[in-house]
Design a protein around this ligand. Structure first.
Ligand SMILES: O=C(CO)[C@H](O)[C@H](O)COP(=O)(O)O
Length: 235
């Protein structure tokens, strides 16, 4: 396993061990490669405990991970009160604000995080920044309804993101289409010193469904480090 993969695993295992309690019955599960380790750790729990628990996925990918593991899945409509949600991030700042949506799943991820009593982030050392935009330079992922993408792109450029661009698919001609049938615009804003303001400004644009800025949401973040240790950042 590579250093980065080991770092992801360490952070994920420790976060599950410290935040998924035997009394919990509804657990939110984020998306991405770090969350693979979250699910692996959940599957190491007492099977009787897992049988009494419902897991709320945040994407096609995390639903598949949970189903492949034989876990029971539900949705926020059935379970609007989640005990804890654990998810990855593309970058986290010193105040625990995060950029998410590198995997285009931030709409469902935000809903499942907001429905939880506690939101926990797991990541490797490359995601740990003082200020958003230091390391994640691809931009803020913005999910938009398809027919509005050009209009929103223009507005984002007017808001200062000159290099905002429509995210294109790799093994498909045309744009990435999210699990919700929408498009993604990646909008770089350089260093983001006031993420809450950037979030608000983008969210007010007509046609925007959700912004990959998670401000004031996470209670704690676990970063797997290069030396095998785990750094824990709390509010
Ligand atoms: O926000 C996300 C998906 O929309 C992911 O949590 C984020 O991209 C981090 O992924 P990874 O753990 O693979 O680095």
């Amino acid at each position: 396993m590579s250093l980065i993969e080991q770092a992801k695993q360490k952070a994920a295992f420790q976060a599950v061990d410290e935040h998924v309690l035997p009394s919990h019955r509804v657990i939110g599960v984020g998306s991405g490669s770090t969350v693979v380790h979250v699910v692996a750790r959940l599957l190491q729990r007492d099977p009787e405990l897992n049988a009494k628990t419902v897991f709320i996925p945040t994407s096609f990918q995390s639903r598949g991970l949970l189903l492949d593991g034989g876990l029971t899945v539900g949705d926020v409509e059935q379970y609007p009160n989640i005990d804890v949600t654990i998810d990855g991030a593309d970058e986290v700042d010193s105040q625990l604000n995060a950029i998410k949506g590198g995997g285009a799943a931030h709409l469902q991820e935000k809903v499942v995080a907001e429905a939880a009593k506690k939101f926990v982030i797991v990541a490797d050392y490359r995601k740990d920044s003082k200020v958003l935009g230091e390391q994640w330079t691809k931009g803020v992922p913005v999910e938009v309804v398809p027919f509005a993408w050009k209009a929103v792109l223009k507005k984002l450029q007017e808001q200062g993101s000159k290099n905002a661009n429509l995210r294109m698919a790799v093994a498909k001609a045309g744009p990435v289409v999210t699990d919700n049938g929408n498009f993604i615009i990646d909008a770089p804003f350089g260093l983001i010193h006031d993420p809450a303001k950037v979030l608000k400004d983008i969210k007010l644009l007509t046609g925007v469904v959700e912004v990959g800025l998670f401000c004031n949401m996470a209670e704690v973040a676990y970063f797997g480090c290069e030396d095998g240790s785990v750094t824990i950042r709390t509010k």
